[in-house]
Design a protein around this ligand. Structure first.
Ligand code: R5P
Length: 300
């Protein structure tokens, strides 16, 4: 087994502690603070020479700050003689700008991947990353990139909570979400899963259509991210119009911006669950086990 030095950024310490338990590796002490002018200072207070350094970050809400912190930590580890540098990015930022939707825009996810490479990060682990248009990870990140999933853990929790049974239909709200619906369904041995079709009209507005026969069916919705809640609310309307009953919703990353959760509950969607990549009041399962398996796999 490789000699791992586990380093936590400041974004999600509880997750880093859980990961440290899963891996049975103590966290290497780090000092992370801000200079009076707001610039970041980091220092690795441990020996990482010759070790496989794993940096844990989950970069929601303050992506720019956490990215800079990650660049500085990786660079310090590299300078200190780390054998390899893995970033365990529980929430990977800028993943949704994975295309030049309008002329003049950058492909932000490729820029971030390139910058991670440039500071010596040669391995990347993500959790249910938004990879709708970037199907070939190697084209944007030079090194190994493994995406692990919390969908089986969320599906298991939902079954135990009585939100899913063997006859439940698992639905993804857009065509790209079919992979999460499939993973969740198959992990429970459920055969009925499908995806609706979504058209995004703006940052918060979407239209959803679908032609799945859901008459009399119980339906559980899964998606990678819930941000404004617009997607889940529109998907629920379509499912109800098709005669289905939404028993609950699961997402890997619950951002819930602008009172999204309130809007979702107001729509009569009572059971919402998510993982701890972005800790929030709907968090029911941890991503630590999936991440630790990914880390051991990528370091083989
Ligand atoms: C985008 O396609 C993603 O998979 C999610 O469906 C999206 O990010 C959800 O955003 P919102 O909650 O703002 O509709």
């Amino acid at each position: 087994m490789s000699d791992i030095a586990l380093i936590s950024g400041s974004s999600n310490l509880p997750l880093a502690y859980k990961l440290s338990k899963e891996l049975k590796v103590d966290l290497t002490p780090v000092e992370i603070r801000k200079f009076p002018d707001s610039e970041k200072y980091v220092r690795i207070d441990g020996d990482v020479a010759g070790k496989d350094v794993v940096i844990v970050q989950s970069m929601a809400f303050k992506p720019d700050e956490y990215l800079i912190e990650t660049f500085l930590l990786a660079s310090a580890a590299k300078d200190a003689g780390a054998k390899s540098i893995t970033l365990a990015a529980a929430y990977f930022p800028y993943a949704r700008q994975d295309e030049r939707f309008k002329p003049g825009e950058p492909i932000s996810v490729a820029v971030v991947a390139h910058l991670l490479n440039s500071v010596g990060i040669d391995k990347l682990i993500t959790v249910d990353v938004h990879k709708h248009r970037v199907l070939d990870f190697e084209s944007i990140f030079k090194g190994k990139w493994i995406d692990v999933s919390v969908m089986p853990a969320l599906a298991k929790y939902a079954r135990q909570a009585g939100l899913i049974d063997k006859d439940t239909y698992i639905i993804g709200p857009d065509s790209e979400a079919i992979s999460w619906a499939k993973t969740a369904a198959e992990s429970l041995g459920i055969k009925s899963y499908a995806a609706l079709k979504k058209k995004r009209l703006g940052d918060t507005e979407v239209t959803i259509t679908g032609d799945v026969d859901l008459k009399g069916k119980k339906v559980f919705i899964v998606d990678d991210i819930i941000s404004t809640g617009g997607t889940i609310i529109e998907a629920t309307k379509v499912i109800r119009e098709a005669g289905g009953e939404v028993t609950g919703v699961a997402c890997a990353h619950g951002l819930f911006v602008n009172e999204a959760l309130y809007k979702i509950y107001k729509e009569g969607i009572e059971n919402v669950i998510s993982s701890d990549t972005v800790p929030n009041q709907t968090t029911r399962v941890s991503s630590a086990e999936a991440l630790s398996k990914g880390i051991l796999e990528i370091l083989k």
